[in-house]
Design a binder for this molecule. Structure first.
Ligand SMILES: [Zn+2]
Length: 312
């Protein structure tokens, strides 16, 4: 079984540094407004994605720099979620013990009943951009816990999965460090069998099928910390209930009770990124993390309704 730490790199650090230097030199003069070329971790990720081939990594990074100038991914929001609350349930819910952002998604919670490549790409690009803005020191990838219970036919269209993988693997190389697929049935396994031949082996190695919630418990308990492990196990348990509770279906809303399970994320994520969200926005803080688009909207509503009314 795959480690929850993901695929480990074995190339010696001094060799990695020499290849990063060679890649940096090869890109001299490239118009790079976000200064990706000056980011050693970025050079390392592109080299890993191209099996340390400097020429291929250089081509890939130049292509991503052009793509970022054209699409401006930092400004992307998921319009489908804004039009229909809960269309996509994938959201950041915390960080693991290595400081990696952790996403959770549930087909039971999502209100989508059909999917397009454009909407799926928009949502995952938004999440990755936001997660990378709060990547903790030493971390350079994310973990996705994908709860496949409730999966429906059109959600596992291999063409959509292939399209999403193209964008993620070309422009966010090594950013999705591990995908843990839980409660997966025939649909998910069939879709994976269809797409796997078109996915690079190092990418395919990052998908791990977990046979049961118990396996999830065993895998995460040592690596995600007690708080996030407890949150994930409770979230998965609640989303298996039928009928699903309204508080779980509306995962973007704060729970009715202060002490109840919060489907928006674990306590430290909520305290650090959700509760101060509009105060940070009003203070014009330069960089901060935007959560799932519907959580943003819900926070906005509660923030403005709770503002004190000034006396005349
Ligand atoms: Zn969305």
């Amino acid at each position: 079984m795959a480690s929850v730490r993901g695929v480990e790199e074995s190339k010696a650090p001094e060799k990695q540094k020499a290849l990063e230097d060679a890649l940096y030199s090869s890109l001299h003069g490239v118009d790079d407004p976000e200064r990706l070329i000056e980011d050693r971790n970025c050079l390392n990720r592109y080299l890993r994605a191209r099996e340390w081939n400097v020429k291929e990594a250089g081509k890939m990074l130049k292509s991503s720099i052009s793509w970022r100038q054209e699409t401006k991914p930092k400004d992307i929001v998921c319009h489908t979620c804004k039009q229909q609350q809960g269309y996509h349930s994938m959201r950041q819910v915390g960080h693991d013990q290595l400081g990696r952002p952790v996403f959770y998604s549930s087909f039971t919670q999502a209100t989508q009943r059909s999917e397009t490549k454009e909407a799926a790409v928009q949502h995952i690009v938004y999440l990755l951009e936001q997660a990378c803005s709060v990547m903790e020191k030493g971390a350079d990838s994310c973990v996705w816990v994908m709860d496949c219970d409730g999966m429906f036919m059109s959600a596992c269209n291999p063409q959509i999965a292939y399209g999403v993988n193209q964008v993620v693997s070309y422009h966010y190389p090594e950013r999705l460090g591990l995908v843990l697929a839980l409660n997966s049935g025939m649909l998910m396994r069939g879709a994976w069998a269809a797409i796997k031949p078109f996915v690079a082996p190092q990418t395919a190695a990052k998908l791990c099928f977990l046979p049961s919630p118990l396996t999830l418990e065993m895998l995460i308990s040592e690596n995600m910390g007690e708080e996030l492990s407890t949150w994930l196990l409770e979230e998965v348990r609640l989303n298996l209930e039928r009928p699903i509770r309204e508080s779980q279906r509306q995962f973007w809303e704060a729970p009715p009770s202060l002490t109840g399970h919060d489907p928006r994320g674990c306590r430290s994520y909520v305290d650090r990124f959700l509760l101060p969200y509009y105060r940070k926005l009003e203070n014009n803080e330069a960089t901060f993390h935007h959560p799932h688009p519907n959580i943003v909207e819900s926070l906005r509503t509660h923030h403005f309704f709770s503002m004190p009314v000034e006396a005349d």
